[in-house]
Structures are given as structure tokens and as C-alpha cells.
Design a protein around this ligand. Structure first.
Ligand code: FE2
Length: 178
């Protein structure tokens, strides 16, 4: 279950209702998939073959099509990141820059962990969303954010897109980021 840390105050928000209420107020969609549908070997394999990625998409086909019908996504895939990812350091350095997209950034975590750092309302500032398997989150379009891994440096996530070019990152130089 996701947890929130408000970066200005270090306040931690836990519990599904509190997390959902907070994220709803920040206009971040937060949903949950049943992670028990996914066989253990697929949850913990961070070097998935194309065939295994297809299996994951097949297992969550109903959830994906439900999101797509509600939110207009047209394409989806599975990504994995881990120590075995070539150029992991380089990729993370690139990820860890505040940016925006013209479409929302939706991720369903199915293995490992990750954090979205998102700019909230003025009275909140930036907050971390720590994500676990089963967490589904959508960062709204044009909202400054970035994504990174947690200490275990492993993640498997399903990504959905409205169009292939909609998620091109536009860097944001934000002196207010901390
Ligand atoms: Fe992004």
C-alpha cells in the first residue's frame, strides 16, 4: 500500500483511506490491482523476457482495458529496472529531474518498489509517494514530478499511454523544489 511523505514537514501519511484522500485532493488518481493474480516468479524477475512481459499484460488485461476505457489509453507495456539494467545509473540520473508531460503518467507497480516525487498544492509543496506492488497511480498532465527507485533498486511496472509522444518529458527548473 502506498505511503506519502510531505517533503517540507516530513509528515508521513499511511493507511489506504488517508493516502487516497490526500492523493485525491492533489488530483492524483490512486487505485489498486490484486497483486495475488501475478505468479511469484513474475513479481520477482527483474529481467523479464518479452514473452513474460506479455504474460503480465495478459493477467491484468481486464484491469488495463478498464483503465483504458475510462481514461483513453491506447497503448501499454511493461518495464523493469534493476541492477541488471544496462546504464541504470545514467537512466536514474535522467529520471531524477523535475519535469512535466502533456499527458498523465500512469504506472501500475507489479514488482519491486518506486517513488514518485510530485508537486502538490501551494500549501503542501512536493511530496513523495512510495509505491508497492498493486499500487496504481496517475500523475496529472502538466504537474511537475519525477520518478526514482527505492533502496532495493528494483521495479516492474505497467505503463499506459494515450499516444506514443504524449509523455515526452519537459524539464522544469523549479527553485522551489526541495
Ligand atoms: Fe514523468
Amino acid at each position: 500500500m502506498a505511503e506519502i511523505v510531505i517533503r517540507n514537514t516530513n509528515e508521513r501519511i499511511t493507511g489506504v483511506d488517508n493516502v487516497r484522500d490526500f492523493l485525491n485532493k492533489q488530483e492524483v488518481i490512486y487505485e489498486h490491482w490484486n497483486i495475488e493474480k501475478l505468479p511469484e516468479d513474475l513479481q520477482t524477475n527483474f529481467a523479464l523476457t518479452d514473452e513474460e512481459k506479455k504474460r503480465i499484460l495478459g493477467i491484468y488485461d481486464a484491469e488495463i482495458r478498464d483503465l483504458a476505457s475510462r481514461r483513453g489509453y491506447k497503448i501499454w507495456d511493461v518495464i523493469t529496472l534493476s541492477e541488471s539494467t544496462p546504464n541504470l545509473e545514467e537512466l536514474l540520473n535522467k529520471f531524477e529531474e523535475v519535469h512535466t508531460h502533456s499527458e498523465d503518467e500512469i504506472r501500475a507497480i507489479v514488482g519491486g518498489k518506486g517513488i514518485f516525487i510530485i508537486k502538490g498544492a501551494d500549501d503542501v509543496g512536493y511530496f513523495n509517494v512510495e509505491l508497492e506492488p498493486g499500487d496504481v497511480i496517475s500523475v496529472p498532465e502538466n504537474t511537475p514530478h519525477f520518478f526514482t527507485l527505492m533502496d532495493n533498486r528494483q521495479i516492474i511496472a505497467v505503463r499506459l499511454f494515450v499516444e506514443e509522444n504524449g509523455w515526452v518529458a519537459h524539464p522544469v527548473a523549479d527553485p522551489g523544489f526541495q
